[in-house]
Structures are given as structure tokens and as C-alpha cells.
Design a protein around this ligand. Structure first.
Ligand code: SAM
Length: 287
């Protein structure tokens, strides 16, 4: 990577568990930087040891971020290249990185983001819940009243909801979700990409029950599927049109029905009935 002047901030995504999940470009940037700012230098030191990186590490976390930011801006302005990492995943997503990024942009400093893992997208995809639209709520409020208000405020969103949660609070959070958003499908993604990775799936009531008598350990993401009644908002003509488009593209009719049911979030039987009725109308018969 060529050195450029003045300096810049390189925002580097790092693994969320498996140290193999790091891009070549991030490794290059971490080697090239004058300094790497890390939430917990001991965590990042393990990544550095694995890849033989010797760039100096400095602590930059929730406690130290505000005090250290002016000095970091000065260093970058004087031509240094500063890499920013968090303990896991993409800096700026529910960690102190976003404030430094905003401060650099305010100061006219170049910020380059080197993409890579994030627990948000990994958990969303692993959950099997609809991905066409999602709402990421960060960490849910700890106070019961605030948590319930937040959940109620997103109840009507036609989107999968994604929240970070502490393992200690996950059972309580699922009970709150079951109260405010009853009957939803959900998932709890734990220790993703690590040896003990698991994804529990089921109704939110079921998940709350499963977790009530179990000690949950490790890092956790809680997901809640979109409200089912939204399915009624898709009209049957649209479903039939979707099926026909796929069939014309070479997909078998039963595969098309399955795919439309999955992407539209409606029962397969309804898509089948809509597509069947549409064909009967086109044929003009009563069969
Ligand atoms: N910036 C990070 C990212 O992009 O993934 C997230 C930082 S946030 C402070 C840490 C939270 O991410 C954890 O409390 C947990 O909810 C989630 N998390 C991180 N690693 C995870 C993993 N391997 N499995 C499940 N959740 C994880």
C-alpha cells in the first residue's frame, strides 16, 4: 500500500471470532499503519501475533476515546496513518469507533473503510429470517420500560429486527419480546464463527422458554422476524406475477412457488393458490 500524505484514518474490520476471517487488504493496512487504535489491545495483540504484525497498538475505547481524539487528529494531520479496529467486527457498529470517524470527517481528514466481518450481517444471514429489509437496533435499553417502548416503536416495521444483547440479559429480553411482539419467529445467534457457534430458531415464546433454564455464555445477537400479518398486504396478483416471472426464467413451478413464499414471507399454500387461480383465469376455464 503506497504511503500518502497527509495521513488518514483506516477503519479496519477484523474477525468476530475466527481469526481466519480477515481480508488481505486489512492485514496490509495494519502492517502499514503508524499506529493501530484498539478497544482492548490484548484482543488485537492475538490477531497481530497470528499474522506477525508489529505495528504499535494503543488503547482507544469507550473510556479513553474522548480524551484521546484531539491527539489522534493531530497525528493524522501531521501525516501519520492511523488504523482503527474494534475487539470484533466493523468499527463504528455499536462501539466507540463512530465518534472518531465523525471527528475525522469534521476535521476534513480522509477516512477509508476496509470492509469485512460484522456480527449484524453474519447473524441476520445465519438466522434464516427474511433479509430483504432489516432494522439494526444496537444494544436494547437495559431498563424494562425503555426496552418495551423501543420494541413497541418498531412493532409495525416490515423488517427483521436485529439486536445485540449481553448473554446475562438474553432470556429476560426474549420474554420482553414475547410480550410486546407475540407470535413472531425469532433467532438467537451465539458465538458466531467460533468453536461453540450455535443458532437457535423458533417462535419468540419458544426461544424465551428454551433460554429460561439455561446459562447462556458468549456473545449473542437476538433477531425477530417481521410481523406475519404484513403478508396480507401483498396482493395475490403480485404473487402470481412473481411466480410466472421465475417460471419464464426457467425455474420449475414448484421451485418458483417456494421461492416466492420465502422472499415475500407468505405461506407456500397461498402462493400456490394465487398462481393456480391466475392460470385458470388466463386459460378462461373453470378447471
Ligand atoms: N462492531 C462489532 C461488529 O461489527 O460486529 C460489534 C461490536 S459490539 C460492542 C459487540 C456485540 O456484537 C456483542 O455484544 C454481540 O452482541 C455481537 N457479537 C460480536 N461477536 C459476536 C459473535 N461471534 N457471535 C455473536 N454475536 C457477536
Amino acid at each position: 500500500m503506497a504511503r500518502s500524505s497527509p495521513g488518514r484514518l483506516l477503519v479496519c474490520a477484523t474477525p468476530i471470532g475466527n481469526l481466519g476471517d480477515v481480508t488481505l487488504r486489512v492485514l496490509d493496512a495494519l502492517r502499514f499503519a503508524d499506529v493501530t487504535l484498539a478497544e482492548d489491545t490484548r484482543v488485537t495483540a492475538r490477531l497481530f501475533a497470528r499474522y506477525g504484525i508489529e505495528t504499535p497498538l494503543e488503547r482507544f475505547d469507550e473510556v479513553t476515546a474522548a480524551a484521546k481524539t484531539p491527539r489522534v487528529l493531530e497525528r493524522i494531520a501531521s501525516g501519520e496513518t492511523v488504523a482503527l479496529v474494534s475487539d470484533a467486527g466493523t468499527p463504528g457498529i455499536s462501539d466507540p469507533g463512530h465518534r472518531l470517524i465523525a471527528a475525522c470527517l469534521d476535521a476534513g481528514i480522509e477516512v477509508e473503510v476496509l470492509p469485512g466481518p460484522s456480527a449484524v450481517v453474519t447473524a441476520l444471514v445465519a438466522s434464516g429470517l427474511p433479509t430483504r429489509s432489516f432494522f439494526f437496533g444496537g444494544f436494547l435499553p437495559r431498563k424494562a420500560g425503555e426496552r418495551e417502548r423501543l420494541l413497541a416503536s418498531v412493532a409495525d416495521l416490515d423488517a427483521t429486527l436485529v439486536f445485540f444483547e449481553s448473554p446475562k440479559r438474553v432470556a429476560r429480553t426474549l420474554r420482553a419480546i414475547a410480550d410486546v411482539l407475540p407470535g413472531r419467529q425469532g433467532a438467537v445467534a451465539r458465538e458466531l464463527t467460533k468453536v461453540h457457534a450455535e443458532v437457535l430458531r423458533g417462535s419468540v415464546e419458544d426461544l424465551a422458554r428454551q433460554l429460561s433454564d439455561r446459562e447462556v455464555k458468549g456473545e449473542v445477537v437476538v433477531l425477530v422476524g417481521p410481523p406475519e400479518q404484513r403478508a396480507a398486504a401483498v396482493d395475490d396478483d403480485e404473487l402470481a406475477r412473481d411466480v410466472e416471472t421465475l417460471v419464464r426464467g426457467g425455474v420449475t413451478r414448484s421451485e418458483a412457488v417456494r421461492e416466492v413464499a420465502r422472499t415475500r414471507g407468505v405461506p407456500r399454500s397461498r402462493v400456490y393458490a394465487a398462481a393456480h387461480a391466475d392460470r385458470r383465469t388466463q386459460r378462461g376455464d373453470g378447471s
